[in-house]
Write a protein that binds this ligand. Structure first.
Ligand code: PMP
Length: 299
């Protein structure tokens, strides 16, 4: 089993700082039974010896948005959450980390919005999710949840059953990750990352609707704007991916990762001469500097 903590690790739980090993929650939590939880994944990078949360406040705001979207009563402000995140890193003496805030429900078995929410935050050292090697993707038989069935743009625990089914199915066939379609058969996203293709010097990425519109996706869009790289947000059919010059996936954990192949068909352009490769280098530099981003507003 992977261990995310040691005997020394400290977590934040409902206002207290406690050892991870001593953190307890009820087995009657509505979140355990029905997936009623929301969470975030944030990376902190070390800049001049200090921890810097990459677009941290926007991640916290997205969690507030997610909680509201599914009726979890969570009242904390993003600034207070940022303070907790910084203290968490200090207490665990770690600067480059992955930070995981989670809002979950109190004991309740009924299918209604919970009256109380609980808040936990933990962190661990986590290197690049997929490493520097190129990713081999497979088109998944598991389609993304339909936006008329769930709150697509909220980062909800229960949604990730769909991601787990897709990722494990792809891995069982020897691939690194799944590329999932929406119910109409257009490209949506990977199990835990957004997806871009390059064709004739232009980038394409699925438009909003069937995806979690990630902050990394937004960072890539902003970097493209700055570099005058054309990006089209539109519906993409699988055959257009097979005809693309290159492809990459983007997300907090994955950062920007080049894709080698889809269903064993390699992309034509060598990764090192693709637009994605240049963006990967820029993103790497931007995450390790106090680069200013246009803020995303979550409603
Ligand atoms: N899509 C899914 C399904 C994800 O889980 C993630 C990771 N949060 C992303 C996209 C990328 O989002 P972000 O760039 O905000 O991490």
């Amino acid at each position: 089993m992977v261990m995310y903590y040691t005997d020394e690790t400290i977590v934040y739980l409902n206002g207290d700082w406690i050892k991870a090993a001593d953190a307890k929650t009820s087995v009657y939590s509505q979140s355990l039974h029905y997936g009623m939880s929301v969470f975030e994944g944030i990376r902190s990078y070390e800049i001049d010896g200090k921890a810097h949360l990459f677009r941290g406040k926007e991640h916290m705001e997205r969690m507030i948005f997610s909680a509201k979207a599914i009726g979890l009563p969570f009242k904390m402000q993003a600034d207070a959450m940022m303070n907790i995140a910084h203290e968490l890193l200090e207490r665990n003496k770690i600067t480059a980390a992955y930070i995981r805030p989670l809002v979950f429900a109190s004991p309740m078995m009924s299918l209604s919005f919970p009256e109380e929410a609980q808040f936990m935050m933990c962190c661990w050292a986590w290197s690049k999710l997929l490493g520097d090697k190129l990713t081999k993707l497979a088109i998944s038989p598991y389609r993304k949840n339909h936006p008329q069935s769930i709150k697509t743009e909220a980062k909800v625990g229960g949604h990730y059953v769909n991601s787990i089914l897709a990722a494990t199915e792809a891995k069982s066939r020897g691939y690194d990750d799944a590329l999932q379609l929406d119910v109409d058969g257009h490209i949506a996203e990977c199990s835990g990352a957004n997806f871009f293709i390059e064709k004739d010097g232009v980038l394409f990425t699925p438009s909003r609707g069937h995806i979690l519109p990630g902050l990394t996706r937004d960072s890539v869009l902003q970097l493209c704007k700055r570099n005058k790289i054309e990006v089209k947000q539109q519906k993409i059919a699988p055959h257009e991916v097979f005809a693309a010059d290159s492809a990459f996936l983007v997300g907090t954990a994955a950062e920007i990762s080049g894709v080698q192949s889809l269903d064993d068909q390699s992309f034509k352009k060598p990764w090192a001469s693709s637009i994605g490769f240049n963006l990967q280098k820029e993103y790497e530099a931007a995450t390790r500097s106090t680069h200013e981003w246009e803020r995303v507003v979550y409603l």
